[in-house]
Each structure stands twice: as structure tokens, then as C-alpha cells.
Design a protein around this ligand. Structure first.
Ligand code: FA5
Length: 335
């Protein structure tokens, strides 16, 4: 059994520590009743003082009264501090009875939403995401993709050149995500199935379907026995998953130096065909440059435009809305 002194000590400690946690007047009133009120433990010790041995009675009586007085003082201090706080707020012309200001939630940019959706569908098709550099060398952006200096295809991909260089090579802002095909092949062995999201830049004038900065997602699949039927099935599944199974899609042939054959995929949109990606079978030269036998390994690649995909997702007729930073437009997209 603990002595009465010990009981008093622990009562005091408990009262002090719970006082620290009190944040408003109501709690404070409850605290006062609990520790100093008529049915508090302290009061009942006083009431039963006659049960305390004669020689200790006076000492305990004084001690209990002392503790009670102390707690009362602490109560008054804390009570006054609440009063001051309220008075201060009134002084500063704050109407504390007003409801709080609503918290304004931001939302993701439509291109981020479209990009996330694209990557999610691609991951369901087995492609894992990996990013590459936006500042590229012309080796990766052009030469290694079979686009030499004098190739007319370079006109299609005119870009911004940077003042800085890397390993004595001039740097440019990549025009497409295809350079990651080469970078990834240099470091990894087939089977390969990657999706490469990122910003691309082109030195060209803007119109309803062209921006000078846009996002692409590249896909690359390399393995034994990959055929153009696999490419077609992948692109179709992707398009139906993204735009619904009633979407009208068209694959028509196209030319890119790093694929053979090459195609482009367009989706029917507002009475016209909107091109969303270029694609094709990875050129055998690229497979052999990576150190694999093109008679054993084959693959397909595609590069899709995310702004165009976003136009299709939300029926937006002009790509330039995305980067005008008009909140009336941007607020319409919920993640
Ligand atoms: C390329 O960029 C190739 N790298 C695609 C590719 C990858 C082909 C792999 C074969 C194999 P292209 O320039 O067509 O191709 O661009 C691909 C897509 O990016 C276009 O279909 C379009 O959706 C988007 N795109 C291209 N330029 C712009 C632009 N200025 N503004 C908005 N979107 C664009």
C-alpha cells in the first residue's frame, strides 16, 4: 500500500501533466472540478482526515490545502491566458466566430493526368517506365538513330541548341524520346519492354495541333520473334483502353529512319484524322549496333504525343490551351 504522501505526490503530478494538455476553457473547468472540486480525491482526503494517525493529521491537512491552493492558482493563470488570447484576437479585429477560410485544393495539370493515364495503360500492357535526359547530344538524338547530319529528316526535327556541351559534344533539347531507345539498349539485354515519358522540344511555329514543347512517351519492345502483328495488337489495345472501344483508329505507313517498316497511328477526331504517334519495327541496324543478331532479335517502337492524347481525351480543339495557364481552363480537370 502506498503511503498517503505518495498518493498526494502522484495526484499532484497527474494534475499538472493533464493541465498542460488543456486547450480550451471547457476542458479547464472540467480539470478544476476533477482535481479541486467537492468530490475530488483531495477533498475526500480532507474529509477523512480523522482516519489519519493523530501524529500525521496536521502535516497531511496542511499539505492537502497547500496542493489545492497551488492548483487553484494554476487554474487562474491558465484561465487568464485564455482570456488574453481571446482579447488579443478581438483587438486585432479578428471575428473569432466567423467560419474558417476554405482551403483551396490544387489539381494536377491535364497533361500530367493524361501522362499518368497513358503510363498506367502501358504498364497493364507490360511496359515499365524509365526516364532519360532532356538535354541530349546529337549523337543520341540523331546519328545513332540513323539520322546523319545531311539527312532531310533533320528538317522535321529542328531544335534548340544549348551553349553548354558534354564531352566536347554540343547539347540540344531532344526533339523526341527515341534517343532513350539507344541509351537503354546500350545498358540492358532483351527481353526489353519500356515506356519513356518526357518533355521534347521543336523549333517550329505553333498551331492548333503543334506546340514547341510537348510530351512524348516512347515505347520499346525487343525480344525473339517480335512481329508487326505484335505492334499492331499493342497499339490497338492501347487505343481502345485509352479512348474507348468505339474509337476509330487508323495505321498508315510512314517514314522514320530508325524503323523499317514505319507507321503512324491516327485517331478520328472532329471529322479529321489526328496523328497521335509514329511507330514501326526497330531497324535491324539498330539491333546489330547494340550487339544483337537481327536475325534472332526483333522489336517494335513507338513515340506518342501526350498533348494530342489529352486533346482526344477531353475533346479539346486547340493544343495551345494547355500552356496558357488560364485557371478557368485548368480547373476543369479533376485527377
Ligand atoms: C517522332 O518523334 C518519332 N520519334 C516517333 C517514333 C518513335 C517513330 C519510335 C517510330 C518509332 P513524330 O515527329 O511524328 O515522330 O512525333 C510523334 C508524335 O509526337 C506525333 O504523332 C504527335 O502526337 C507528337 N508531336 C510531334 N510534334 C509535335 C508538336 N510540335 N506538338 C505537339 N505534338 C507533337
Amino acid at each position: 500500500m502506498s503511503t498517503i504522501n505518495e498518493q498526494l505526490d502522484s495526484l499532484k503530478t497527474e494534475a499538472l501533466s493533464s493541465l498542460n494538455n488543456i486547450i480550451n476553457k471547457e476542458e479547464l473547468m472540467m480539470w478544476r472540478t476533477k482535481y479541486t472540486g467537492r468530490s475530488s480525491a483531495l477533498s475526500s482526503i480532507l474529509k477523512n482526515l480523522k482516519d489519519v494517525p493523530q501524529e500525521k493529521r496536521k502535516e497531511i491537512g496542511l499539505l492537502v490545502n497547500d496542493i489545492k491552493k497551488n492548483l487553484e492558482l494554476l487554474f487562474k493563470d491558465k484561465d487568464a491566458s485564455f482570456d488574453n488570447k481571446i482579447a488579443n484576437e478581438i483587438d486585432r479585429n479578428i471575428d473569432i466566430s466567423l467560419p474558417g477560410l476554405p482551403v483551396r485544393n490544387g489539381s494536377l495539370h491535364p497533361i500530367t493526368i493524361a501522362l499518368n493515364k497513358t503510363l498506367k495503360v502501358l504498364s497493364q500492357l507490360g511496359f515499365s517506365s524509365i526516364e532519360g535526359p532532356e538535354a541530349e547530344t546529337s549523337h543520341y538524338n540523331f546519328d545513332s538513330l540513323r539520322i546523319p547530319d545531311d539527312h532531310p529528316a533533320r528538317d522535321m526535327w529542328d531544335t534548340f541548341w544549348l551553349d553548354s556541351s558534354f564531352n566536347n559534344e554540343e547539347l540540344l533539347l531532344r526533339t523526341h524520346t527515341s534517343p532513350m531507345q539507344i541509351r537503354f539498349l546500350e545498358e540492358n539485354d532483351p527481353p526489353i519492354r519500356i515506356a519513356v515519358p518526357g518533355k521534347c522540344y521543336r523549333y517550329e511555329s505553333t498551331d492548333a495541333t503543334h506546340e514547341w514543347m510537348m510530351h512524348q512517351v516512347e515505347i520499346l519492345a525487343i525480344d525473339k520473334n517480335v512481329s508487326i502483328a505484335n505492334l499492331k495488337a499493342t497499339l490497338q489495345s492501347f487505343a481502345y483502353e485509352m479512348f474507348g472501344s468505339d474509337a476509330k483508329i487508323m495505321l498508315r505507313n510512314s517514314y522514320f529512319p530508325f524503323v523499317e517498316p514505319g507507321v503512324e497511328m491516327a485517331v478520328f477526331f472532329r471529322g479529321e484524322w489526328l496523328e497521335v504517334m509514329g511507330a514501326g519495327m526497330v531497324h535491324p541496324d539498330i539491333i546489330s549496333a547494340a550487339g544483337y543478331d537481327p536475325n534472332v532479335y526483333s522489336g517494335f517502337a513507338a513515340g506518342m504525343g501526350i498533348e494530342r492524347i489529352a486533346m482526344l481525351l477531353w475533346d479539346i480543339d486547340d493544343i495551345r490551351y494547355f500552356y496558357q495557364n488560364d485557371l478557368r481552363f485548368l480547373k476543369k480537370f479533376k485527377n
